[in-house]
Write a new protein. Structure first.
Length: 107
């Protein structure tokens, strides 16, 4: 197993899990908690569930983004890129109806 990346400045980084950009700050801690120390026992199904949970958290943090993503599987047998997955909203925002902010109120 080898997982690494190189940035535009030539800095390399290797670890059990990788994330870049905004995802580095939000998803990487979730990935580390779930994967590090379990690399030898982690199944493909469990890895997919971890990625799905991470994508859900990322979508909730930036709901302006598209809720579709793909998970590619790369192995010695080749590369497989299945159909897109969607993050289901699964949240209930009805509680916000009673929230009043500072400033002029109409109610």
């Amino acid at each position: 197993r080898f997982l690494s990346y190189v940035d535009l400045l030539g800095t390399t980084y290797s670890a059990s899990t990788l994330a870049t950009g905004h995802r580095l700050y939000i998803a990487q801690p979730l990935l580390c908690k779930a994967v590090e120390g379990n690399e030898d026992t982690l199944t493909e199904d469990k890895a997919v569930k971890i990625l799905e949970q991470s994508m859900k958290v990322l979508f909730f943090c930036d709901t302006r983004s598209l809720n579709k993503y793909q998970i590619a599987k790369i192995s010695a047998d080749g590369v497989a890129i299945p159909e897109s997955h969607s993050v289901e909203p699964g949240t209930n925002w009805s509680f916000t109806e009673g929230i009043r902010h500072y400033g002029a109120q109409t109610q």
